[in-house]
Design a protein around this ligand. Sequence first.
Ligand code: SF4
Length: 532
Amino acid sequence: MLAFPSAYSVGITSLGYQVVWSTLATRQDVDVRRLFTDQGDPPHRKCDLFGLSLSWELDGPVLLDLLEQQRIALWSHQRGEDDPIVFGGGPVLTANPEPLAPFFDVVLLGDGEDLLPTFINKLQQVRQLARVDRLRALAKIPGIYVPRFFAPRYDKDGTLLAVEPIEAGIPNAVTKQTWRGTSLSHSTVITPDAAWPDIHMVEVVRSCPELCRFCMASYLTLPFRSSSLEDGLIPAVEKGLSVTRRLGLLGPSVTQHPQFSELLHWLNQDCFDDIRLSVSSVRTATVNPELTNILSRRGSKSLTIAIESGSERLRAMVNKKLIQEEIFAAARYAREGGLSGLKLYGMVGLPTEEDIDIDATAELLLELKKTNPGLRLTLGVSTFVPKAHTPFQWQGVNPKAEKRLKQLAKQLKPKGIELRPESFGWSVIQALLSRSDRRLAPVIASVRGSQNKLGGWKKAYRSAREGDLSTTNEQALPLPPPPAWQEVVHESWQASRVLPWTHLEGPLSQEQLIQHHHQALNQSVGVAAAKR
Ligand code: SF4
């Protein structure tokens, strides 16, 4: 059974989910059924494996609802010999699986291309063994994390000291796996019921070389890789266009592909006149008239760019190599190319941010509106949330972000600029899930079924702090209460702190991340001093 923690339309639009499903479905020795929150394939009489693909923190707790629905014990250590092996993968679990770790038997860290077949092959080899021995065999494979063979160790005051293997033969650390092939993934399912109906998605690049200091899509998936144009992209696009005329080019920064202009040129042929083309992410500095022209000719109405902030100082601090002129040029090219809208993405609550930086974002949007009459402007704004394996993993959520979201709304809405703010309250829960360790598991168990109520999270966390979650805390080992909410969500942490994911190795070492963190904060001081 392969589950997705959301509705069919959302899950089937996830390229990651599709790829895992097709990898399993094309094997002779696996009979895979799909499960979404609103529908699923007919279940097996006996299920050996239950997988979950997770790409958004707030979807994580849905795992428990799905397990309950399938009558699978929630906690890994409560599962018996005949119960399915519950495994998970995807960016959220690769970054920090610890809050959900007690519910998983196995977590696959990193790219699935090699790792998933290795996992299934090993399971087939050891299927006659007792459950614990099957898991032990898996735990010795690079990239396969079996949480039950690791235990957190705490100081008397509840400080995390280490997450260590509990028996000999289990490696001290598990390393994320990286796919290094010449082609990346593309859709294997095209359906009118997807969130983007009938779209054929092609992954153009993986990771991003820009290294914006907050960005998990870049840092966690390094090194930057691009699909070969001749052997990867063109055959993948042609395959999809034989059954649909809607094409989506995907990746954290699609226009960074070294042959992107050749790809555009190829898509500009007359035979593609009837396709509808969308590009998931465009680096602002790479927007040019050719791109906006072809997007407009191929049915796109708008262009989306991420600026993060209107403040030059903040953009320099987060390593966004983007100057004001490039933002204005992108807007002008969008308008002149025939697009009717420009969507900009920004953040509030970035480290070192002041009210004046929010004013700079508002001023930038107002100036863009003035210089581009007729171009519909939309600003999507999220609150900065620290992510594991990025240089800003030590930074907390700034409580002032909530007020700053309102400040932006006040400055922009009356001037006709559409503002789409993400909920500050849910960004806080996202940070809780992103930064916690296994002590969050009973809280997740307690809120299951009503995890979409903000108040429930705070109440459950308070109960966990007071040691009052005995009915939901069924972990194998008793753990101390979780740290204060303020400490997990809002405080900036010392670089020397043992992180819940220290035993899981990402692409860059802690030393490299610390160095990038220092560079960012020093950059900020340098720019501020230069302006005085
Ligand atoms: S340019 Fe975008 S994808 Fe690349 S590192 Fe920056 S935020 Fe991430």
